[in-house]
Design a protein around this ligand. Structure first.
Ligand code: UDP
Ligand code: MG
Length: 317
């Protein structure tokens, strides 16, 4: 199979039939073999019914229905698990992305050798409240991830070589950082393609508000920590802890030795607790031990974290 199109959707009943017809048209015109996988992320409208109808009439339509709304990342994760095509293309269900771009994406993966090609909505049809934070966000993501050639990390339209989606694990709200996940997994040929973008035709955005902004940054931060130290927490915490403990230990020796010297020379020896260094040493040793233990516990946890991606799939086609 040439192409799997993975489409996460949450309450998009008005658009999905139109979207599928359009995809079908493009695929037929280019004689691609393909499947379209709709991941119904707990929609409360008639989306699943629409998917069932489409699937009855077209053998190329597959669907997964979540029992409740888990978020776009979970939907993508599930779609990636099902995908079989040599090239996997993700797109939003709201008709903001154009299926006409599919052949070009396909060519960039199969002929130009990219592992991942991300869409770039150069001219966006979204309100300023969305585009401005996005600019900031992308600049930070570029810096942190080291993928300097991407302008638009969070574009819904992307193409992947099949191995990429089988070897990355999108979870939480990490769909914003899939290129970073791919890079971390060792897929470094990451490209970009300018895509046409349209204003939302039906329904409304599922990602509004300030939350999006803060959560995005926190996710980036944890991703950075994870890739930097996730597999070796001991190297960070253990190191810091040991250094602090060592400094504290040396300081307490000095405090103790000074006192002993004073006593042996018969001088007036003040209480060790009257020296500020005593308290500094004490704090350093306690904090050092705690950091060290944190590193060790982290090490134990990072050995295996199961159940991170257990979703309740209610129905499958
Ligand atoms: N989506 C989803 N689960 C959610 C929220 C959104 O599957 O919890 C889907 C949504 O239906 C759409 C895509 O993710 O197909 C992008 O969402 P949206 O168009 O609302 O985001 P925007 O384009 O405004 O950034
Ligand atoms: Mg949209």
């Amino acid at each position: 199979m040439d192409i799997s199109v993975v489409i996460p959707l949450y309450n998009e009943e008005e658009s999905i039939s139109e979207l599928f017809e359009w995809i079908k048209h493009v695929m037929t015109a280019n004689s691609f073999t393909y499947e379209v996988i709709f991941i119904n992320d707990g929609s409360t409208d008639g989306s699943w019914k629409k998917i069932q109808e489409m699937s009855n009439q077209n053998s190329t339509v597959r669907g997964v229905k979540f029992r409740r709304n888990y978020g776009k990342s979970a939907a993508l994760y599930q779609g990636f698990k099902k995908a079989q095509g040599n090239v996997v293309i993700t797109m939003d269900a709201d008709l903001q992305d154009s299926p006409d771009e599919i052949p070009d994406f396909y060519r960039m993966i199969t002929e130009e050798g990219y592992d991942l090609v991300s869409g770039y909505k150069k001219k966006r049809y979204d309100p300023l409240s969305k585009t401005l934070p996005t600019k900031l966000f992308n600049a930070t993501a570029r810096k942190v991830s080291g993928i300097h050639n991407l302008h638009d990390f969070n574009c819904g339209m992307k193409a992947y070589r099949l191995q990429v989606v089988k070897n990355i694990e999108v979870y939480g709200e990490m769909h914003r950082y899939i290129p970073y996940l791919a890079k971390t997994a060792g897929f470094s040929r990451i490209g970009e393609k300018v895509v046409h973008h349209q204003a939302r035709k039906y329904g409304h955005t599922k990602f509004g508000g300030l939350n999006r902004f803060f959560n995005g940054y926190l996710d980036l931060l944890s991703l950075w920590f994870l890739t930097q130290f996730g597999l070796k927490p001991m190297h960070v915490f253990g190191f810091l802890g040991s250094v602090m403990f060592f400094i504290g230990f040396v300081a307490i020796i000095i405090v103790g030795a000074t006192k002993l010297m004073a006593i042996t020379h018969g001088l007036h020896a003040p209480l060790v607790t009257s020296s500020p260094y005593f308290y500094i040493a004490l704090t350093m040793m306690i904090l050092g031990t705690q950091l060290f233990m944190t590193g060790f516990v982290g090490e134990l946890i990072s050995r295996d974290a199961p159940n991170r991606n257990n979703y309740q799939v209610e129905d499958e086609i």
